[in-house]
Write a protein that binds this ligand. Structure first.
Ligand code: KG4
Ligand code: ZN
Length: 339
């Protein structure tokens, strides 16, 4: 039985978590920076790294306290060291290395994308039928993977422009609503008519497993603001009803594309199930649509959809058992190891 302290600082959440045996989450503390970034409608890297410096030690202390563990009773220190914002990553990586060195405990470097996929294991400890198609949908990623097991994962495709979470955040801004946009649009969409406005579904090539969301985002912008010039079209008045219908039409387009691509990926790779992770996996429209899918679809429990340290501490259990510990000169890296 291994007890692992996980640390998360890839983007704008500072997290620490104690996980036993790879699934039993004893604490999961997340200090969100949403309020600091909201007025800029996106994450400002310099503000994020400063906030991580302030939050990291209190968050680690809180997670140990909630789990009722002293540092001496932790078997290893895990940290998400890639991919992410370099200034943010460095704070978590430095804290983890310092703890591992001073305590004489193993250090484990975690790929954050791989951890988003592993998050379906937390609490439930239910292994999906493998091989599976993995889908990571977040503010930074919209990618498909083939998951042979937790340490054997290959990228199948991904967005060629915006990530789907980023499109949600931008559509929220176009509608004059808050940040982050995902939960706001998700809630509005449930009250709107998905057929009132038709937005394009970009599928790229016939067999493509890549995504593109920038055309959809521009289409929402033109619908709201109107189109200037030769093909002139006026915009629409934004009120409660039109906002709900636009949100519902936009969400229906996103969900349609994701379901079609998953279908393609499962067929092409002859997979037996689907694993979904990342912030957009909290989306109710996506969850509802995938209930009808022809293969089992696993979602993480809600607290582990958005960035957290529990998924890293959980995956670290698998890596520790495989002897895959990291040296003390572990680097912070901006891109994922999953190719
Ligand atoms: O995984 P995450 O916390 O951070 C990244 O690694 O990017 O994902 C954050 C993203 C944001 O873009 C946010 O708007 C989106 O996840 N999000 C949602 C929902 N909850 C969060 N998007 C759609 N529906 C939701 N319910
Ligand atoms: Zn993430």
């Amino acid at each position: 039985m291994a007890t692992i302290l996980g640390i998360e600082s890839t983007c704008d959440e500072t997290g620490a978590s104690v996980v036993v045996d790879g699934y039993d989450v004893r604490s999961n503390v997340v200090a969100s920076q949403v309020e600091l970034h909201a007025k800029y409608r996106g994450v400002v890297p310099e503000i994020a790294s400063r906030a991580h410096i302030e939050n990291i030690l209190p968050v680690i202390r809180e997670s140990l306290g909630q789990a009722g563990r002293a540092l001496a009773n932790v078997d290893a220190i895990a940290v998400a060291h890639r991919p992410g914002l370099i200034g943010s990553l460095l704070i978590g990586v430095t804290a983890a290395k310092t703890l591992a060195w001073s305590l004489g405990k193993p250090l484990i470097g975690i790929d954050h994308v791989q951890a988003h996929l592993y998050s379906v294991m937390l609490e439930k400890n239910e292994l999906p039928p493998l091989p599976a198609v993995g889908l990571v949908v977040s503010g930074g990623h919209t990618s498909l993977y083939r998951v042979n097991d937790w340490t054997d994962i290959h990228r199948l495709g991904g967005t060629i422009d915006d990530a789907v979470g980023e499109a949600y955040d931008k559509v929220s801004a176009i509608l004059g609503l808050g940040y982050p946009g995902g939960p706001i649009i998700d809630k509005l969409a449930a009250e709107g008519d998905p057929n009132a406005v038709h937005f394009p579904r970009t599928l790229l090539g016939r067999e493509s497993l890549d995504f593109s969301f920038s055309g959809l985002k521009t289409s929402v912008l033109y619908h709201v603001r109107g189109v200037p010039g030769k093909h002139h079209k006026s915009g629409v008045e934004l009120n409660e009803q039109s906002r709900r219908d636009i949100a519902a039409g936009f969400q229906a387009a996103c969900v349609d594309v994701i379901v079609k691509k998953l279908d393609r990926a499962v067929r092409k790779t002859r997979s037996r199930s689907v694993i979904v992770g990342g912030g957009v996996s909290a989306n109710r429209g996506l969850r509802a649509a995938l209930k009808e899918f022809r293969f089992p679809v696993l979602f993480p429990p809600m607290p582990y959809c958005t960035d957290n340290a529990a998924m890293s501490a959980g995956l670290a259990d698998v890596l520790l058992r495989a002897g895959r510990t990291a040296p003390l000169d572990l680097d912070a890296i901006t891109y994922s190891a999953l190719t």
